[in-house]
Design a protein around this ligand. Structure first.
Ligand code: SAM
Length: 294
């Protein structure tokens, strides 16, 4: 059967998906759409690596190691924790709500704040990176402000939750959303193909924030926008003795990264090729935005 380049299938929800190994565009072996609920049995082929990626009922599996039979590896705890059934189930049933104690305004308000930063790229495509159970992916899709939403996470169970929440919603615009399993350090998109990347409460969970932000910078188009939320331990915490040592210990044990200042986040974005850093603070909570130079 003739292969169809995914990148050409704008109406089919192709989203410019690329091989996470070589970043070349994936081609389709079948012509089923790639929306939520129709990825089961999908085949995506990388003609350079000669590798096929598959979709299941809930998502497309686009991690580099997909299909491996013998090789197995664990990610740091801050990634593995969210792969568990129990945390994925509890996430939108109390876990996420508890973030208000650290100053997170809550998803609806965070969505409104993010929209302000995303204004220059409305109408384009957006990747909700580390989407979890899809709180924001769903809001992005329902807002109608973006042409396509890719809800992306490393956790199969989080994607399962995202799928179930979408299935429960009436009149949800499923054709706008694709659920993708991928590692933030190896994004399955062509370079300069994404208008916006949103990452709610995830920067501190990533195994290497700099590798992740560099990947985000690679996939953003010139003028593309990166918006993210995380926590900063400053203010009274700055007086905690051995804070930097404590941070190294936490990173070593859990893999999560503790940010100590806004300047650190600005530096992270700048060193990864992003410009125009701005941020909004509320106690430990911070929303940051930066963009790819035009
Ligand atoms: C605290 S949750 C945030 C979920 C959602 N964005 C929100 O705002 O509530 C962090 C998410 O990061 C994801 N994550 C952790 N490590 C990752 C990695 N290496 N690649 C992609 N996602 C990752 C986890 O699976 C989890 O869903």
């Amino acid at each position: 059967m003739e292969s169809v380049e995914v990148e050409k299938e704008d109406s089919g929800g192709g989203n410019g998906l690329a091989c996470p190994i070589c970043y070349e565009p994936l081609t389709r072996i079948d012509d089923s759409p790639l929306y939520v609920g129709s990825t089961a049995g999908s085949n995506l082929q990388c003609n350079t690596c000669n590798k096929t990626y598959f979709g299941n009922k809930t998502h497309l599996d686009l991690v580099a190691s997909s299909g491996s039979k013998q090789h197995d590896e664990s990610m740091p705890l801050s990634t593995e924790l969210f792969r568990t059934n129990v945390v994925s189930f509890l996430y939108e049933r109390g876990w996420r709500q508890s973030f208000i104690f650290g100053g997170f305004p809550g998803p609806e308000r965070e969505f409104d704040m993010a929209k302000n930063y995303l204004n220059p790229v409305l109408g384009g495509n957006i990747v909700d990176a580390s989407c979890g159970s899809g709180l924001f992916s769903r809001l992005f899709a329902k807002s109608g402000l973006f042409s396509q939403v890719v809800a992306l996470d490393f956790s199969e169970n989080m994607l399962q939750q995202c799928y179930e929440f979408i299935e429960k919603e009436e009149n949800f615009p499923k054709e706008k959303v694709t659920l993708v399993r991928a590692d933030i350090s190896r994004l399955p998109f062509k370079s300069s193909s994404v208008d916006a990347v949103h990452a709610g409460a995830a920067l501190h969970c990533w195994p290497s924030p700099s590798t992740a932000v560099a990947e985000i910078s690679r996939v953003l188009r010139p003028g593309g926008v990166f918006v993210a939320t995380t926590c900063i331990l400053d203010g009274p915490f700055a007086f905690v003795p051995f804070l930097r040592t404590f941070r190294q210990t936490i990173t070593g044990i859990a893999g999560s990264h503790i940010f100590l200042s806004e300047r650190e986040l600005e530096d992270l974005c700048r060193t990864c090729g992003l410009v125009g850093f701005t941020c909004i603070r509320n106690r430990l909570f911070v929303m940051i935005s930066s963009r790819k130079p035009s």
